[in-house]
Ligand binder design. Structure first.
Ligand code: HMG
Ligand code: MG
Length: 303
């Protein structure tokens, strides 16, 4: 018997590459997204429109968004910190935008240079305009159990931030274990507090795998009723402003775990494995031409 359906939301091209030590050209990023487009994802977070001084690796987001070949049925999402970022994402044709706030003051200051309250206000400006433009808004809350600067985070504070994002119009709130320190017990306590105020079908789990507990945390969140998980192909990733946040949980590992647990997923595991190899190659130049279902190999030669 096949269990309930779970969505795996791909964040590799954004969360995975924003801190990548390789100097990856825009064409390579386009190729990554094009390969992911044929793996069965409903949504792929392609890029972020943030200050290029803050995150140099995302400076070519407009080029990447312009270069991808959009597959039918796939939503291409862009992360935005403020109005300037939103306008750029809208111009680039983002199907959905993601705003982000922190549950802790220390990370908010390091990440976006403002307090949590100011971050929520900026998110509100974006959400109001996006809503009037008919563009869906996803919200992130970072540091849901631990902050690299302030230590452990109170579950009630996370619930407050999640409610604030919902009130701004976010259709979904992704709960981020930004530095991968959550344990299943502490994650559970946080989820209990959030679920008193936000229904499970409006939540996603976003677990970094720093301590190797991300899959256990996915299982905990499943037990609490969450059915959406963010993951990064090949386990790429980290946050430049969160010391000790090296990698998001790998998409292919989440897919495999969900399949073993009997959940229904819409992902093609063989294609995922091939894209994970592509994503992890030491350098873009070492990546062999791999002719994808949309003839990506040929297009790369043209560009
Ligand atoms: P700031 O310096 O306070 O901004 O940065 P500002 O308004 O004073 O502007 C300073 C300069 O940045 C100006 O340029 C602006 O035009 C420019 P100048 O006049 O000096 O030449 N600027 C921008 N440029 C491009 N795009 C923009 C933009 N906004 C201003 N959108 C700011 C504030 C928020 C912009 C900055 O701190 C920033 O970009 N931070 C982004 C940090 C980031 O991307 N972090 C990683 C993503 S969050 C994450 O990974 C966590 C998550 O995965 C969940 C989890 O794991 O928990 C989502
Ligand atoms: Mg993250």
């Amino acid at each position: 018997m096949i269990g309930p359906e779970v969505e795996v939301y791909e964040v590799g091209p954004r969360d995975g590459l924003q801190n990548d030590p390789r100097d990856l050209p825009a064409d390579w990023k386009v190729s990554l997204v094009d390969r992911l487009s044929h793996c069965g994802f409903k949504r792929i977070e392609v890029a972020s429109f943030v200050s290029p001084r803050a995150v140099p690796a995302m400076k070519d987001s407009a080029r990447v968004m312009a270069g991808i070949r959009r597959a039918p049925g796939v939503g291409y999402v862009a992360l935005v910190p403020n109005l300037k970022g939103y306008l750029a994402a809208r111009d680039a044709g983002a199907d959905e935008v993601a705003v982000f706030v922190s549950a802790s003051e220390g990370f908010s200051r390091a990440n976006v240079g403002c307090t949590v309250a100011e971050g929520i206000e900026r998110a509100g400006t974006v959400a109001a305009l996006a809503t009037s433009d008919g563009i869906p808004v996803r919200g992130y809350v970072s540091c849901v159990t631990d902050c690299p600067f302030d230590g452990s985070v109170c579950p009630e504070t996370v619930a407050e931030a999640a409610v604030a994002l919902r009130d701004l119009g976010c259709h979904e709130v992704s709960l981020g274990d930004t530095i991968g320190r959550a344990t299943p017990n502490r994650l559970g306590r946080m989820l209990e507090a959030v679920l008193k105020r936000v229904p499970a079908d409006c939540l996603a789990g976003h677990f970094h795998d720093t301590a190797g507990r991300a899959l256990a945390n996915v299982e905990t969140a499943l037990a609490f009723g969450l059915r959406k998980f963010d993951a990064s192909i090949g386990g790429l990733g980290g946050c430049p402003f969160a010391p000790g946040a090296p990698g998001n949980v790998a998409t292919e590992s989440v897919a495999e775990r969900l399949r073993r647990l009997g959940y229904a997923i819409q992902l093609d595991v063989e294609r995922l494995a091939a894209v994970a190899r592509f994503a992890r190659a030491d350098s873009a130049l070492e990546v062999p031409e791999e002719k994808g279902p949309n003839n990506v190999g040929e297009r790369q030669k043209e560009t």
